[in-house]
Ligand binder design. Structure first.
Ligand SMILES: [Zn+2]
Length: 243
């Protein structure tokens, strides 16, 4: 089995509220939320998971104060790549902060769940602002349904609830199975403090279409993973490689 490494790439950090990430938990607590994307190192193809968003868009589109750390191209250059080098972009889902640079990868096929794509073009108003259609109208999509093997040791796992078609990405590494969660959260969602854990072992994402479904997805992913990689976990800032 191949052993991959996951390289966290970070162009943008957004100031947001913990309530966006964790449901009914620490409302009013500000968090500097990194908008990561990831390069899976060690595959035959050049594979990204999501493509993040620029600070300017975070502020102009959603009003979040945001810090520009670098550009998408600058972050990619950190692993020796250019947008045209990318063969495959795995979209965990199509919220704007996860697909804003996908169109720059002009040679890439884009893996997304059929459910997510259908919903993204006519979202329920409840989460309608999360989808910015011009970001994904012209992509070279490959639609997936259910569990899907991208390459030996890289598998897509349905993880709905945050959005209808969210998928997680399970990646074999020398330290076991690493799972990029797909749904937006931090490590605290998976490891709540003792007083919360007595009632529930995980905290459902603050942003969701179906809170219970998102909760079940969290439990399933937690049970499968040796290494959990939440989408917006601040402690991964400055981490060069997982593992
Ligand atoms: Zn997100």
């Amino acid at each position: 089995m191949p052993n991959y490494r996951i390289r966290p790439l970070l162009p943008t950090r957004m100031e947001t509220d913990m309530g966006i990430l964790a449901f009914r938990y620490k409302y009013g607590t500000k968090i500097q939320s990194p908008a990561f994307f990831w390069y899976i190192e060690g595959a035959d193809k050049k594979i990204l998971v999501d493509t993040s968003a620029d600070a300017e868009m975070a502020t102009s589109y959603r009003g979040f104060p945001a810090e520009k750390l670098t550009t998408f191209e600058g972050a990619l250059a950190g692993v020796g790549l250019k947008p045209d080098d990318i063969d495959l972009v795995i979209q965990t889902h199509l919220h704007w902060d996860h697909c804003a640079n996908t169109a720059k990868c002009r040679n890439a096929k884009v893996l997304v769940t059929e459910e997510e794509l259908r919903f993204a073009f006519s979202p329920h108003p409840l989460t309608g602002l999360s989808y910015k259609k011009d970001l994904f109208t012209d992509l070279n999509f490959v639609l997936v349904n259910g569990r899907y093997e991208v390459a030996p040791g890289i598998e897509l796992i349905p993880a709905p609830g945050h959005s209808p078609g969210t998928q997680a990405v399970a990646i074999d590494t020398e330290k076991g199975k690493a799972i990029i969660t797909g749904f937006c959260c931090v490590l605290e969602n998976f490891y709540p403090p003792e007083e919360v854990k007595k009632l529930m072992p995980v905290i459902t994402p603050g942003t969701h279409l179906d809170a219970v479904q998102a909760y079940e997805s969290m439990l399933r992913i937690k049970g499968m993973a040796d290494i959990l990689i939440p989408m917006h976990e601040p402690s991964f800032v400055g981490v060069d490689s997982i593992p």
